[in-house]
Design a protein around this ligand. Structure first.
Ligand code: NCN
Ligand code: DMD
Length: 356
């Protein structure tokens, strides 16, 4: 059997292993929240979140205090087309920053009591650090405007890496995940994926990323159009799409969603890139859907339409467009709030009001 076939089989086995959502527990959580000392439904999305968490875990108020953001890092050959405001050399510098604890995501993770797990799935520089998970599939992708970003085997390897990282974290006791990424050029790859898999036009999907000019934005649209024309990705085959016009960190994050669903763990989706990865995961395995929690609406132009296509509703809009998992880690506070309300609020029965 070829390596590629072996990877295909491993991915299929993971997809087949996704745990079904427990509707009965979601209903029980709703009954419980209706009995709490508030008008029914008055805690809005927090009540939906509590019901979702119960359905995911099969527990009324699950213990989710061990939490981690998985930050997948990789580089993009398409950067040679001039699609980002920053050079690819920033990617390894930011990986060092994550490992030293100095990036925005580190600050927000410390505040939320979460671990930052940094994975090199394809940074175009040699990286070594005791805290870095070195899972390099290749030294950055090829330029998708000229040919496939990677081959199918590499895309499968990156997806399996995401599944493996989440499984190992879950085995170490982590129960709540967030997705994050670092990769100069990855809004171009994400826009191409959104164009093909969510059927957005490149004009709708392409945004300013790290902050490009009007002129560079028009050029970035053309680069995405060219990448799709040159590679002709098969929209019915998400692995083909992420291989030809995607990125290693995006494939890795698709694996993170599948791995979380296998392990019965909720996973909070960050911004535009993390949402493009969620789209790949959902096209691979619809069973991932109930495990996804959208966090924020990114300032990146295509994010609103992409979330609509995904059927996900973000909790907040803060004008953020950083990535790294920053928006998702902020949303850990809402997850914890939903659980604490369920667990700590008095019921009508407690205060002597039986039939509210
Ligand atoms: O998460 C988002 O919505 C988001 C929006 C714009 C930019 N980013 C981050 O910026 C980098 C990609 O931007 P660019 O312009 O290089 O494609 C990458 O490291 C992302 O984490 C992230
Ligand atoms: C400095 C910097 C930090 C980032 N974090 C995520 N993407 C980024 C892009 C840049 C340029």
């Amino acid at each position: 059997m070829t390596t590629e076939n072996r990877y295909e089989e491993q991915l299929q086995a993971a997809i087949d292993g996704i745990r079904p959502f427990n509707e009965a527990y979601a209903r029980r959580a709703r009954q419980h929240s209706d009995g709490l000392t508030k008008p029914p439904g008055s805690l809005g999305r927090l009540e939906d979140l509590a019901a979702q968490l119960a359905g995911i875990t099969g527990e009324l108020w699950p213990e989710l205090s061990r939490k981690a953001v998985i930050v997948m890092a990789a580089d993009h050959g398409v950067c040679e087309e001039g699609v980002s405001a920053f050079p690819s050399s920033v990617t390894p510098l930011m990986v060092h920053n994550f490992l030293a604890g100095g990036a925005a995501v580190n600050v927000l993770a410390r505040q939320a009591g979460a671990e930052v797990v940094c994975v090199d799935v394809g940074v175009a520089a040699e990286l070594e650090h005791p805290m870095l998970l070195s899972r390099k599939v290749m030294m950055g992708t090829h330029n998708m405007a000229k040919g496939a970003a990677m081959n199918r085997e590499q895309a499968l390897q990156a997806i399996l890496t995401g599944i493996e990282v989440v499984s190992s974290q879950a085995e170490q006791g982590v129960r709540l995940f967030a997705t994050g990424e670092m990769g100069i050029g990855n809004t171009t790859a994400s826009a191409a994926i959104a164009s093909v898999l969510a059927e957005l036009s490149p004009e709708q999907a392409v945004g300013r990323g790290t902050g490009i000019s009007d002129e560079a934005l028009a050029h970035k649209v053309k680069v995405v159009q060219r990448a799709i024309a040159v590679n002709d990705p098969d929209r019915n085959d998400p692995v083909d799409v992420v291989a030809k016009v995607g990125g290693l960190e995006i494939a890795g994050l698709a694996g993170v969603y599948i791995g979380a669903a296998m392990r019965g763990c909720p996973v909070v989706v960050d911004g535009f890139i993390s949402s493009a990865a969620a789209l790949v995961a959902l096209k691979l395995a619809e069973g991932v859907r109930p495990y996804l929690i959208a966090s924020h609406l990114s300032h990146e132009q295509g994010h609103r339409l992409l979330l609509e296509k995904l059927g996900l509703q973000p909790m907040v809009q803060l004008g953020m467009r950083l990535g790294e998992g920053t928006g998702a880690v902020l949303a850990f506070h809402y997850v914890e709030a939903a659980l604490r309300l369920m667990q700590e609020m008095a019921t009508f029965q407690d205060i002597g009001l039986e039939n509210s």
